[in-house]
Write a protein that binds this ligand. Structure first.
Ligand code: AMP
Length: 555
């Protein structure tokens, strides 16, 4: 039995158990999150058996947060961030104030004192980056206008928490003594000054140096060096900025991604950090589960319920009202409210610090942890409700034709680069086509071309039914994710054994997998590219003119 390998043991136990329990959860049609959290409870100190290292796992989870925020930054430009400031700043601040007030009232009712009330309230007011981003990404909402508002909101919350974490010790210290307003003011000014210095440095210097570093690594032609450069930028900037400027790792990583946004290589950088990011983000949920002491559910059921109501209902009502007040439509307000109706990593840090400084009692920390795990569990359900109500409104929109009654029509899943070109190719033949698409932009694009669109993820069985899958002649699966595509094909095949199903593939293995799940034909992009390139080269063409700068001077 090897000794002294707590890091390896923690990573192995965390990942293996999260995988096993996540798979079981998904098998019984629950969100895999339930499995990940449960894995944490299993390796946590409150259940018998192996206990993972409680110091290491939150650090591993933090790497997930860094890579997640880096990935979001890659899709965000400074203009995007500035474009949402009018709603994100007041929205986040008002919501923090409302949630903190609710938490403080609860603390007051429990006789904890007002210092405890503020810490407790603040801990209930901040949403978890991981939970929010995963929910948005799952629905491909990050790059939509509402996704941008949610991310901007998250960043304001993050900054507010940086300030809170710096001020808490000063505040606890002052509360014991006479109270020094000047000292407090100085700390606030210093913290804000450091954040401003960090942002200025990133925008002035980082914006030039960081993309250059990535391009240099790309020019080496080594995939390995490129991946390393991506990780160095994400982790290096996050860590460096946290150490030097006192900003959070997440904020540092976000800016590192954002300054890369304009680089043409940002897509490759995103793809490179994806697998690592997902694995570490899963460890975040394991770490939340580990902290959770299930006995609190029996000891203080009413208090746990009150905390959950504050997080899930109180916060979302506040967020919903603010977003509506700013004139955004109901679906946007509802998405933002649902995204923020949970708490996570910042709450744990606040709670641990509050306990350390003797500002809050142990009971408050237990309640915060219980509130976190329960609100994270409830979060996917909120999105299911949201999806349902959105689908209803989407279906209520006038449609040019009714696919429900169609026969022998074509169902086209995905209207991105591939799907829209397929439609171009088919339109002259005057065939009946119905599109299923999850994103606003491509869906609007299809509608503009006069095609009926069913808005949502094609995996949902009732979506396929409204596309008239039982009576359709052809299903074209034009989306890149093969696992998801295979799942859709399997579901459709069960409902219509005679359907002609053509699916998009990226490799020979993809093709075999799609066929095994019921595809009639597959088209592999790479093979078609090769065929076309060979065709172009085999036709003798006049030599292309040389670009101007290679022509000899004077010619
Ligand atoms: P592209 O790779 O540019 O052809 O884009 C693929 C398109 O498929 C995107 O517009 C996605 O929103 C869409 N898409 C991906 N997965 C699904 C899904 N499960 N259901 C419906 N549309 C999807």
């Amino acid at each position: 039995m090897p000794h002294h390998t707590p890091l390896i043991a923690t990573i192995c136990a965390g990942i293996v158990l999260a995988f096993v329990l996540g798979s079981i959860a998904s098998r019984i049609r629950l969100s895999p999150l339930v499995g990940y959290l449960l894995a944490g409870v299993v390796v946590g100190p409150f259940t018998p058996g192996y206990v993972a290292d409680q110091e290491l796992i939150p650090q591993l989870a933090e790497i997930g947060v860094i890579l997640l925020m880096f990935g979001v930054g890659l899709h965000f430009s400074l203009d995007d961030l500035l474009s949402v400031k009018h709603i994100a700043i007041p929205g986040a601040l008002v919501q923090i104030a409302v949630a903190t007030a609710m938490g403080a009232v609860m603390a007051w009712l429990l006789d904890w004192g007002w210092g405890a009330g503020i810490v407790f309230g603040l801990a209930l007011s901040v949403a978890s980056t991981v939970v929010l981003l995963r929910a948005l990404e799952e629905r491909r909402l990050v790059e939509t206008p509402r996704g941008k508002i949610a991310v901007g909101w998250l960043i304001v919350e993050d900054l507010a928490m940086v300030l809170a974490l710096v001020l808490l010790p000063v505040f606890a210290h002052d509360a014991g003594e006479s109270g020094d307003a000047a000292g407090l003011g100085l700390t606030i000014a210093l913290t804000l000054g450091k954040v401003a210095a960090f942002v200025a440095l990133m925008l002035l210097v980082g914006r030039r140096v960081i993309p250059r570093a990535l391009e240099l690594a790309a020019r080496s032609g080594s995939k390995e060096l490129f991946t390393l450069s991506v990780l160095s930028i994400a982790l290096g900037v996050a860590f460096g900025s946290a150490m030097l400027f006192g900003v959070s790792f997440a904020l540092g990583a976000f800016f590192a991604g954002m300054v890369l946004n304009e680089s043409e290589l940002s897509h490759d950088a995103a793809a490179d950090s994806l697998p690592l990011r997902d694995a570490f983000a899963v460890l975040f949920f394991v770490s939340v589960g580990m902290l959770f002491d299930p006995s609190i559910l029996v000891r203080e059921p009413l208090q746990v319920l009150a905390v959950c109501l504050i997080i899930v209902l109180g916060k979302s009502i506040a967020a919903f009202a603010i977003v509506r007040l700013f004139g955004h439509p109901t679906p946007v307000a509802a998405t933002i409210a649902a995204s923020l109706a949970q708490i996570g990593e910042f709450s744990f840090i606040l709670a641990a610090m509050g306990l350390d400084l003797e500002l809050i009692p142990k009971a408050a920390q237990d309640l915060i942890l219980a509130g976190a795990i329960l609100s994270i569990l409830i979060n996917p359900l909120l999105f299911v409700l949201l999806d349902r109500s959105e689908r209803k409104t989407a279906e209520a929109r006038p449609r040019p034709m009714a696919p429900l009654t169609w026969k022998n029509h074509i169902i086209l899943v995905g209207f991105g680069r591939v799907g829209s070109l397929i439609a171009d190719g088919l339109m002259p033949h005057k065939l009946d086509i119905v599109v299923i698409e999850t994103q606003d932009g491509p869906a609007d694009n299809a509608r503009e071309r006069g095609l009926p669109v069913i808005y949502g993820n094609a995996v949902a069985p009732d979506l396929l039914a409204s596309a008239g899958v039982e009576r359709a002649a052809t299903l074209l699966v034009a989306m890149p994710n093969v696992l998801e595509a295979a799942h859709i094909i399997k579901l459709t095949r069960e409902r219509n054994p005679n359907l002609y199903i053509v699916a998009r593939a990226h490799s020979v293995t993809d093709e075999a997998y799609l066929k095994k799940n019921g595809a009639s034909e597959t088209v592999m992009g790479e093979r078609e590219i090769a065929r076309c390139m060979a065709e172009l080269a085999s036709v003798p063409l006049p030599p292309a003119p040389l670009p101007l700068h290679v022509l000899p001077v004077g010619s």
